[in-house]
Structure formats: C-alpha cells, structure tokens
Design a protein around this ligand. Structure first.
Ligand SMILES: NC(=O)c1ccc[n+]([C@@H]2O[C@H](COP(=O)([O-])OP(=O)(O)OC[C@H]3O[C@@H](n4cnc5c(N)ncnc54)[C@H](OP(=O)(O)O)[C@@H]3O)[C@@H](O)[C@H]2O)c1
Length: 309
C-alpha cells in the first residue's frame, strides 16, 4: 500500500566529507613515515657503500664525502615534507578550510537575509498601525458621544460583579432570553477571554473578538481584531452592534457606546470581574422593568436601559 521505501544513506554529505579528509590525512602521514624509513635505509646503504666498501671514496663535494652532501640534501627534502604534512596541511588542508569558510559565509548570509525579512515585516506592521491610528484619529468613535448606535449589554450584581473564573456567576433564564432576542442577527464584540468562556460561537450572530495576539486562531467566520476601535469600525455596517463584555472591554467601550442594556441582579456576588461604575452625569436611565424572583430565577432582577446624555 505504501510502496517500497527509498534506501536512505546512513551518513550525510558533511560526515562523508569529514571521513574523506581524515583518510587523506592518514595517507599523508603514512607517506611521511614511509619517506623517513626509506631515508634511513638508503642513507645507511650509502654510508656502507662509501665508508665500508670505499665506493667513490675519492669523490668529494665542498671538501666533504659525497654521501654526506646527498644525505643533507635529502634531510632537507624530508624536513620540507614534514612541514607540508604538519604545517601547510594542518587541520584538514587549505582547500577544506576554504570550503568551510564558504559554508559559514553562506549560512551567515542566509541569517542576514532572514533578519532583513523580519525587519521589513516589522516596518510594514508599524506603518500599518500608524496609518490605522491616523484614520482612527479622524473617525467619529473616538468622540465621547458618537453618532453610531453602539450598545453595551451586561448583567451585573448590585456590587457590579459580572464574572468569576471566566464564567457567569448566576443563571437567569429571562436574562439569557433577552440577550438572545436583542443580539440575534447582529455583530457582537467581545474580549478574547469572554469568547473563550463560550463552548462554541453563538448562533445567528457575527462575532468580533478583540485580542492583542497577532496570530490568534478562531473558528471559521469569527472575526479577530487587535483593538476595540477596529472592532467598532468593522461593525459599523450593522445598525445595532453590541459590546458583550467582558470587564476589560466594557471599561474601554463605555467611551464609545450610546446605550447600556443592563440586567441588574439585586444581590452582591463574590467575583473577580466587575462592570465599571456608571457615571450618572453621563448616563440617564430611560427604562426599568423589575422582576421578582421565582422558580427559575434565584434572585430579583431589573432590566434597565441607560442612554448617553
Ligand atoms: N455578566 C456579563 O454580562 C458578562 C459578559 C461578558 C463576560 N463576562 C465575564 O467577564 C469575564 C471575562 O472578562 P475579562 O475582563 O476577564 O476579559 P475580556 O474583557 O473578555 O477579555 C480580555 C482580553 O481581551 C483582549 N483585550 C482587552 N483589551 C484590549 C485592547 N485594548 N486591545 C486588544 N485586545 C484587548 C486581551 O486579549 P489577549 O489576552 O488575547 O490579548 C485581554 O486579555 C468572564 O468571567 C466572563 O464570564 C460577564
């Protein structure tokens, strides 16, 4: 089913080169050794020939027996051979060293190119962010009272508690129903943590997640942005976008929102996330509907609508 596997070489090219060079070194050293032995044997023979057998005993060079001069010249050659093996060809030889330097230079060039690419990407991001900030400065939603119909929807305890351990603290069926009725068919803007508190995206709504992470991966159809301003910009085509939390995003969004649809749960809760204090100089209550507690609702609660003054 999977076909025959191709035979893979047991050693890679680099290892092979090292072995070949090591073999070359051994051959060089062996050559020098053989040269030395040859020198000893022939030298001894020359001495015997001249001194014992008297061959060419009358022949002198520079007033010396000829074999002395021959042996001296040979010794010089032997010394030159020694230098070639142990000094000139030190390490793996000049050719090998040249190759290594070329390899190193190529690796460094590759790294320089990678760094250059990184810088270019970073520059592009900075340019995009600067361009975005410039457009942001000229967009209406940095004003405290924008014309868009941006609504915060939240359920908070009397002490403004909204969540604990990244979950809701209470279960109020009517609150969930109201949330569904109001937000269905619209854009819902939320912080990354709130999104992650859902088991899956809510049906029939366009999710916009805000995160500082550049590579945040979200399910298909979910929009990911890096700022609230960008989220609002995207949701502008919707006549009624909602900010659905959590604490961090509510805090920032109060500046841009025009309406708050609050479910006030009449109880103090232990929590780790809170809704900011509502400034009555900025917000006025335009509608309140009070509900008693019942079988499905453990606490009394009120639906309160605030409009920006
Ligand atoms: N009662 C309610 O009506 C209600 C509604 C919603 C949520 N909640 C509760 O609230 C809690 C979650 O709220 P939370 O305050 O912890 O988290 P959150 O506001 O949902 O999300 C915070 C995350 O949003 C991103 N973020 C925040 N400000 C940003 C900015 N200016 N630019 C870019 N990204 C930004 C960051 O994501 P990264 O870390 O990825 O960068 C940050 O960690 C949970 O307990 C939840 O159940 C309650």
């Amino acid at each position: 089913m999977f076909g025959k596997k191709k035979k893979k070489p047991l050693i890679d090219q680099e290892q092979l080169e090292l072995i070949q060079h090591a073999q070359k070194r051994v051959r060089q050293k062996k050559g020098l050794y053989n040269h030395f032995i040859f020198f000893l044997i022939i030298g001894t023979c020359l001495i015997i020939l001249n001194l014992v057998l008297g061959f060419g005993s009358d022949f002198k060079i520079l007033n010396q027996d000829w074999f002395v001069i021959v042996l001296l010249l040979w010794l010089l050659m032997l010394f030159y051979h020694f230098i070639r093996v142990y000094v000139t060809h030190k390490f793996m030889g000049s050719e090998w060293e040249k190759k290594q330097i070329e390899k190193l230079t190529a690796k460094q060039q590759e790294r320089i190119n990678q760094l250059k690419e990184g810088f270019l990407k970073e520059e592009k991001l900075i340019a995009q962010s600067e361009a975005f900030n410039q457009t942001k400065e000229s967009t209406p939603f940095i004003e405290t009272k924008p014309k868009s119909n941006l609504t915060i929807i939240v359920a908070a305890g009397e002490n403004n508690a909204i969540g604990k351990d990244n979950t809701l603290i209470w279960h109020l069926t009517n609150d969930l129903k109201r949330f569904k009725e109001l937000t269905s068919g619209h854009h819902i803007i939320m912080g990354r943590k709130t999104f992650e508190s859902f088991t899956k995206p809510l049906p029939n709504r366009t999710h916009i997640i805000i995160t500082r992470q550049k590579d945040y991966v979200a399910p298909e159809g979910v929009i990911v942005v890096n700022s609230l301003a960008r989220a609002i910009e995207i949701a502008k085509k919707d006549s009624q976008p909602f900010i659905i939390g959590g604490g961090e995003i509510y805090k920032e969004a109060l500046l841009y929102a025009t309406k708050i649809e609050m479910t006030r749960v009449h109880h103090d809760f232990e929590a780790d996330t809170f809704f900011p204090e509502i400034d009555e100089a900025i917000w006025k209550v335009t509608n309140t509907i009070f509900h008693e507690k019942d079988k499905e609702h453990e606490y009394e609660y009120s639906f309160i609508t605030y409009d920006k003054r």
